[in-house]
Design a binder for this molecule. Structure first.
Ligand SMILES: Nc1ncnc2c1ncn2[C@@H]1O[C@H](COP(=O)(O)OP(=O)(O)OP(=O)(O)O)[C@@H](O)[C@H]1O
Ligand SMILES: [Mg+2]
Length: 233
C-alpha cells in the first residue's frame, strides 16, 4: 500500500463491519474492512453480485453508518459529525454516482445538476447555471437540458448523474458501475473524464466495476468477496 503523510490521506476506513437487520435475521455484509486512500489514487473494486460493493461505497461516503469501525476524511470522523455537518460535507467534498442514478424525477437534468451547488451553500444564479450547462456539455447532454429523467435513455440519465456528481469539483468521487449502461465510445469518454479528474491533486476516485479492463486502468485494484476486501498486487 502507498504510504503517505496525513495531508495526502483523503479517506481512511478502520475495522468496518456492516450488517443489515431484516426482522429477526442479522445479515452480515462487510467484515473488518480497512482502507486508506491518498490523493490522486484511483481505486477499482470488483466482486460478485451481492458481495457488498454498493454497501461499502455507501459506508465510505457517509450515506450509511457502519455497525462497527470508523471512516475518516482528512482525520475528521465522518459518523461523529452532526447530521447537518455530514450533509454539508457530502455536498461539498463527495461526489456519488449511484448504480441506479437517483435523479430527481420532477426536475429537469439542468436543475438536477444545479442542486448540489445549492446544497453546498452556493446560489442558484446565472454563474451556477452556466457552470451546470458546461458540465452537461462535457458529458454530451447540452441538447437535453430541459428534459426530465424519464424522457432520457438509461445512458443519458447515467451521464446526467455523472455531471451532478462532479459539479462541485469534489475531493472524492464514488462511482458505482458508472459505465455499465453506456456504449463503448461514451463509456470511454466518461471513464477518461473520471480518471482525469482524480489525477489532479487532492482528488481520488473509488469505482465499482465488473470490467477487468477498466479495473486495470486504475492505480489500485481491490476484490470484495463475502464482505472481505483484499487488494490485488
Ligand atoms: N437494506 C438492506 N437490508 C437487508 N439486506 C440488504 C440491504 N441492502 C443490501 N442488502 C444485502 O446486502 C448484500 C450486499 O448488497 P450490495 O448491494 O452491497 O451488493 P453489491 O456487491 O453491490 O451487488 P451488485 O453487484 O449486484 O450491485 C446483498 O446480499 C443484499 O441482499
Ligand atoms: Mg451494487
Amino acid at each position: 500500500m502507498t504510504n503517505t503523510n496525513d495531508n495526502e490521506n483523503l479517506l481512511r476506513a478502520e475495522g468496518i463491519d456492516k450488517a443489515y437487520q431484516l426482522g429477526q435475521r442479522n445479515i452480515p455484509v462487510l467484515r473488518n474492512v480497512c482502507l486508506t486512500v491518498a490523493s490522486r489514487q484511483t481505486l477499482a473494486i470488483t466482486g460478485p453480485s451481492g458481495a457488498g460493493k454498493t454497501t461499502l461505497l455507501h459506508v465510505l461516503s457517509g450515506l450509511d453508518r457502519p455497525s462497527a469501525g470508523r471512516v475518516y476524511h482528512r482525520n475528521n470522523d465522518v459518523y461523529a459529525m452532526s447530521p447537518s455537518r455530514r450533509t454539508g460535507w457530502r455536498a461539498r467534498d463527495v461526489g456519488f454516482i449511484f448504480q441506479t442514478y437517483h435523479l430527481l424525477p420532477e426536475l429537469t437534468i439542468l436543475e438536477n445538476v444545479m442542486l448540489p451547488i445549492v446544497a453546498a451553500g452556493g446560489r442558484m444564479n446565472d454563474a451556477a447555471r452556466e457552470r451546470s450547462i458546461g458540465m452537461l456539455d462535457r458529458v454530451g447532454l447540452a441538447e437535453r437540458l430541459d428534459h426530465t429523467p424519464s424522457t432520457l435513455s438509461g445512458g443519458e440519465q447515467q451521464r446526467a448523474a455523472i455531471a451532478r456528481a462532479l459539479i462541485n469539483d469534489p475531493e472524492i468521487v464514488f462511482a458505482d458501475e458508472p459505465t455499465g449502461n453506456l456504449d463503448t465510445a461514451t463509456g470511454e469518454n466518461i471513464l477518461r473524464c473520471l480518471l482525469d479528474m482524480a489525477g489532479h491533486a487532492k482528488r481520488a476516485l473509488i469505482m465499482v466495476t465488473h470490467n477487468p479492463d477498466i479495473a486495470d486502468r486504475c492505480s489500485r485494484r481491490f476484490h470484495l468477496v463475502d464482505g472481505i476486501l483484499s487488494e490485488a498486487f
